[in-house]
Design a protein around this ligand. Sequence first.
Ligand SMILES: *Cc1c(COP(=O)(O)O)cnc(C)c1O
Length: 344
Amino acid sequence: MALKDIDWGSLGFSYVETDYSYVSMYKDGKWDEGTLTKDHNITMNECACVLQYAQTCFEGLKAYRTEDGKIVTFRPDLNADRMIDSCNRLEMPAFPKERFIEAVEQVVKANADWVPPYGSGATLYIRPFMFGYNSVIGVKPAEEYMFRILVTPVGPYFKGGAKPVVVRIPDFDRAAPHGTGGIKAGLNYAMSLHPIMEAHREGYSENMYLDPATRTKVEETGGANIIFIKDGGKTLVTPKSDSILPSITRRSICYIAEHILGMNVEHRAVMFDEVKEAEEMGLCGTAAVISPVGQIHDHGNVINIPSGMDGMGPTIKKLYDTLTGIQMGHLEAPEGWIHEIKVD
Ligand SMILES: *Cc1c(COP(=O)(O)O)cnc(C)c1O
């Protein structure tokens, strides 16, 4: 075993084929025992349920190498739980929680040489996903499913420091009330592709979606939850809504804010009108941990976030440093947050 010869620091966020993926098939009402595979292609019928009716969901987490050389993942149990919720909403058979965690362990261990070295800023991205495999032409759930985990090394998200982004209020909605916004389904991303490409063409990094029913409350971006800091850094506010995907990063940041940094945390409906009171604003997700936001453009009206366009504000920086410090093993982790993967 030897680390792959890769310039880890210059990796981007794109798919690199590694040695193994994990695969398990659901057939005749049960999951098979699952296995590692070197075959990174999938063959299925042209009428597979996923191809016709988009019956698929996914997860995303990372494996990190800590300073003392251990390989760890961050709260994989919450990814397992969330995938079960996604499966229930999409009439897919859940992949059992214990097996999910075991499969993550197996596939990371088999690809240990692909876990970037400590200090490179790079990580091994882990993508569990499941889809309806057999052919269906009448609209109904599949009877056979494939659960897979692929892993791929990804570079440091912020090359040369965190640069605040500019977001816009789009004319599109992300998720309907009582719809699928709260689950991690591919369909939520399919419909976000046009709004995000349009945003990029207009020079914005992300869409900041409002609630679809009234367009007065803040929801989230296409792939990250939103936090606001106010009261001189003493309060963290984050929107609550059934159509927001429950980000594990955001939930962890709220815990840190409340229990480690002693801040007030308000998880509640957030009016878009309130945003002008924010001192700092960030987008939370596994990919970036926290991306600072410097400006919001709302149809010609610009809201400048006081922390500005030069870097992270002081409170978001503290939250970011605490969470990444826990993930990298510098700071003591709350019980159950760090899941070591032992490689013999
Ligand atoms: C995955 C995702 C997030 C971030 O969740 P994490 O668990 O923190 O990675 C936020 N919003 C949406 C819509 C997502 O799909």
